[in-house]
Design a protein around this ligand. Structure first.
Ligand SMILES: NC(=O)C1=CN([C@@H]2O[C@H](COP(=O)(O)OP(=O)(O)OC[C@H]3O[C@@H](n4cnc5c(N)ncnc54)[C@H](O)[C@@H]3O)[C@@H](O)[C@H]2O)C=CC1
Ligand SMILES: O=C([O-])C1=[NH+]CCC1
Length: 324
């Protein structure tokens, strides 16, 4: 049995590969070539700590795989990441465990890639270079989005907001330095950060008070809302206020997951429009550019299957090269 560590994975991950694998998983959710599994939440009693078990199967010659991810979350973890993930990849013929992959960076990258794919298909005018991107939440998922969107689109400005200002400042310096740019700008005020933005990403642990208000938003804005687990699983909260859901088209990554985990949104009067894959496949027309669109990202096991297969193949290729 092989173990592929975070360090090894970091050397194999590319945005191009991640975007292709994630798009394949989003498409598969809507054309019947991935298993319609539901994930299981387990909470450590009387704490905000939880574990999610995500079994999945994806049929695809390049990105197909049979895998199960476990992901533990501890919003109070001060000495390490909030999320810790591991992915078990199984042999499709025998059912034997083939590989265990560290899954934290894979989760960060594929979550950002899912938002980028959704943005590409739901916000068609994003190729116009005069666009502003605003990212709320500068933790691991926010950071991955900043890298992914910088490398995938041409924004004139990328705004960063975080509850603790210093974290946003640190990330902005890191990104401006890495890419030798001044595009990354820190905003202290949420409203100023959201106003006039063409694309918004929210990547926080949703609190009791929604982060973003409807009246701050520009016509036709596209929002990728990724923070899905509330402070308590029985008391789910969202990053966007109810008025946003009432006045937008909401897209999801998969209906079985949305039906199980996003029932509250229907209660808010949300127009739950389609899976992103249905738009990719041309089954459903995307937003008309005037409506607000929200990609309410849950994350899918099939995305992890696609990523596990991608990384496993790259790892094996590298090993073979090293032994010759
Ligand atoms: N949709 C998906 O596929 C996935 C979603 N997630 C979700 O993404 C979110 C972010 O995860 P990470 O970046 O790993 O966490 P993190 O702990 O590294 O970062 C979260 C950031 O949000 C800020 N924050 C936390 N609570 C807040 C609140 N109530 N209001 C405003 N800001 C707040 C913190 O200052 C922190 O910088 C979580 O909700 C997580 O469950 C994670 C993985 C996949
Ligand atoms: O898909 C995923 O890995 C997650 N979704 C919410 C927390 C983690």
């Amino acid at each position: 049995m092989i173990f592929i560590s975070e360090a090894e994975i970091a050397s194999l991950l590319t945005w191009e590969g991640t975007l292709k694998a994630t798009e394949a998983a989003l498409k598969a959710a809507s054309n019947g070539t991935s298993a319609k599994t539901q994930r299981l939440y387990t909470q450590i009693l009387n704490t905000p700590k939880w574990m999610i078990t995500m079994p999945g199967y994806l049929e695809d010659s390049k990105y197909g795989g049979w895998a199960c991810k476990t992901l533990t979350g501890n919003p109070q973890n001060v000495n390490g990441p909030t999320l810790n993930a591991n992915i078990m990849l199984f042999d499709e013929r025998s059912g034997a465990l083939k590989t265990v992959l560290s899954g934290t960076e894979i989760t960060n990258w594929r979550t950002a890639a899912a938002s980028a794919v959704a943005t590409k298909y739901l916000h068609s005018r994003v190729s116009n270079p005069e666009k502003v991107l605003s990212i709320f939440g500068c933790g691991e998922i926010g950071r991955a989005h900043a890298h992914c969107f910088y490398n995938s689109f041409e924004f004139i400005e990328i705004r960063l907001w975080n509850r603790t200002l210093q974290k946003a400042q640190k990330l902005a310096s890191e990104l401006n330095e890495k890419y030798n740019t001044t595009k990354f700008r820190v905003f202290e005020n949420k409203e100023a950060c959201a106003r006039d933005a063409d694309v918004i990403i929210t990547a926080t642990s949703p609190g009791k008070v929604p982060l973003i208000k409807y009246e701050w938003l520009k016509e036709g804005v596209h929002i990728n809302a990724t923070g899905v687990v509330g402070s308590s699983l029985s008391d789910k909260t969202f990053e966007l206020d109810r008025e946003i859901y009432k006045h937008s088209e909401v897209y999801v990554d998969n209906w079985p997951g949305a039906n199980a985990e996003l029932g509250e949104l229907t209660g808010f009067g949300a127009n739950m429009k389609a899976e992103v894959g249905e738009v990719i496949l041309g089954k459903i027309a995307g937003p008309d550019g005037k409506q607000i669109s929200v990609f309410q990202s849950l994350g899918m096991a099939s995305e992890d299957c696609a990523m596990a297969r991608l990384i496993y193949d790259l790892y094996m290729k590298k090993q073979q090269k090293n032994t010759h």
